[in-house]
Design a protein around this ligand. Structure first.
Ligand SMILES: CC(=O)N[C@H]1[C@@H](OP(=O)(O)OP(=O)(O)OC[C@H]2O[C@@H](n3ccc(=O)[nH]c3=O)[C@H](O)[C@@H]2O)O[C@H](CO)[C@@H](O)[C@@H]1O
Length: 429
């Protein structure tokens, strides 16, 4: 496919960004395999997928040399451009963790807390549609991949008007409102697991439907446990617990951990990724009130990006057990790392279905947000009881890890890249 332009679009939260970056890396890989070399001019325009995320041995901060390796920048004839929303967290992730050029569109939620919010949302979306139409006229893409979030709506509408083929990837068991809308207008609809298709009104034999798994950063499959542990400065032979609340952090989980900190640190070491919303302050204070011998077991970060901090993949590699929300990424990242988990679904979106899927396969346990601490002493709440039981039962963890690995589909990014090339070929790219 000589000199094609592909747009990747997803935003609002991290879960809509990382799958697109993984597909970008795979597209560059497929292009290079096919020996389809770009011209000097195309190279300058930027083609990269994800930067390399390393462990301690690899320097961990991403040297210039490593960044070059992970991006695929240089010899690829495809031009990839990331399209996100104005002011969304995707701009920062794309700038830090990839070398893709970034373009922003106005976008807002399609439902509001009243008629005024709804009207404001509709106005922003109308502005987004105008901007998307002019972006498509300027960049003339052969195909567009959407990975979710409201920003895909104006871009997909503009693509439909301009007859540019689109592929929407929806990773959740039950996709949100924007996802369901996009599934109606996209040329192809890809999902993580077949169970998601009926919700979208699609049968598995529908030629528009693809079941591909979840496109992951390749580094999830490559981590070496001891190196990952050293990355976080852990030396004790105690188990490592990874706590995170999705890409934004989860206040209720952070508050529960603050209460349980002394009891947890008596049994394990913790990597806690608390989100950028300011919870770091009270967690830091809770840790400082502990004896020095326990404090060294607690590693607190607002976010792990693999460039300014250690990488999220290294945290997965270091851990024996996770406590986390059940965003769609957990359906693939936990299996790829073979990491047993206690899932605490975010109550206001469809995360229960994702958690139930993993629980059904025996690779995770579920604790309701409101049951984490309960009404009595925090140690008697459902969260601490589950953590203590699993930390004490290495065999159970091993069994969960093995069953978890069996769910892994490492070829998802590659499959989606192939589907994108197929659509681009149809559009004459
Ligand atoms: C509150 C909300 O609406 N959540 C939704 C949002 O979650 P959210 O954006 O949190 O999505 P996920 O939990 O699926 O993914 C988070 C991603 O961020 C990465 N990560 C996270 C923290 C960090 O410090 N570094 C890092 O790299 C994780 O490894 C993962 O790849 O999108 C998901 C995908 O549609 C949905 O399933 C969730 O229901």
């Amino acid at each position: 496919m000589p000199s094609s332009t592909i747009l990747l679009c997803g935003g609002g939260t991290g879960g809509h960004v990382y799958p697109a970056l993984a597909v970008a890396t795979a597209i560059v890989g497929v292009e290079e395999e096919q020996g389809n070399r770009g011209t000097e001019e195309q190279r300058g325009r930027g083609t990269g997928g994800q930067r390399n995320r390393g462990t301690e041995e690899q320097g961990n901060r991403g040297t210039e040399e490593q960044r070059g390796r992970g991006t695929g920048q240089g010899d690829c004839g495809v031009v990839l451009v990331y399209v996100g929303s104005v002011g969304g967290m995707e701009e920062r992730i794309v700038a830090t963790e990839s070398s893709l050029p970034f373009r922003a569109l106005p976008a807002a939620a399609l439902r509001g807390r009243g008629p005024l919010a709804l009207a404001r949302g509709a106005t922003t979306m109308a502005a987004g549609l105008v901007a998307a139409r002019s972006l498509i006229r300027e960049l003339r893409p052969q195909v567009i991949l959407g990975t979710g979030g409201y920003v895909c709506v104006p871009l997909f509408l503009a693509a439909t008007l301009a007859r540019v083929p689109t592929l929407i990837y929806l990773p959740d068991l039950v996709p949100g409102l924007a996802g369901r809308l996009l599934a109606r207008i996209a040329t192809k609809v890809a999902v993580n697991v077949a169970e998601a298709l009926p919700v979208l009104g699609l049968r598995p034999d529908n030629p528009r439907a693809l079941v591909v798994g979840y496109p992951l950063r390749p580094e999830f499959f490559e981590q070496e446990r001891e190196a990952c542990r050293r990355t976080f400065g852990f030396e004790a032979p105690l188990p490592v617990l990874l706590v995170y609340g999705g890409s934004r952090g989860a206040r209720s989980i952070n508050q529960a951990i603050a209460q349980l900190l002394p009891d947890l640190l008596a049994r394990c070491q913790i990597i806690h990724v608390c989100g950028r919303e300011g919870d770091e302050t009270f967690l830091h204070k809770a840790a400082q009130s502990l004896p020095e011998s326990l404090q060294v077991r607690y590693k607190l970060y607002p976010y792990l990006d693999g460039v300014t901090t250690p990488a999220m993949v290294a945290a997965f590699g270091a851990a024996d057990l996770a406590i986390c929300r059940s965003g769609a990424s957990t359906l693939a990242e936990l299996p790829a790392a073979g990491l047993p988990a206690i899932l605490v679904p975010y109550p206001y979106v469809h995360q229960d279905e994702n958690a139930d899927y993993l629980v059904r396969y025996g690779v995770a346990e579920k604790v309701a947000d409101c049951a984490m601490i309960g009404t009595g002493p925090p140690q008697e709440g459902a969260l601490f009881r589950a953590v203590a039981r699993l930390l004490d039962d290495q065999l159970a963890r091993q069994r969960m890890a093995e069953q978890s690995r069996a769910l892994s589909r490492p070829d998802a990014a590659h499959e989606l890249a192939g589907a994108m090339f197929g659509l681009a070929a149809r559009s004459g790219g």
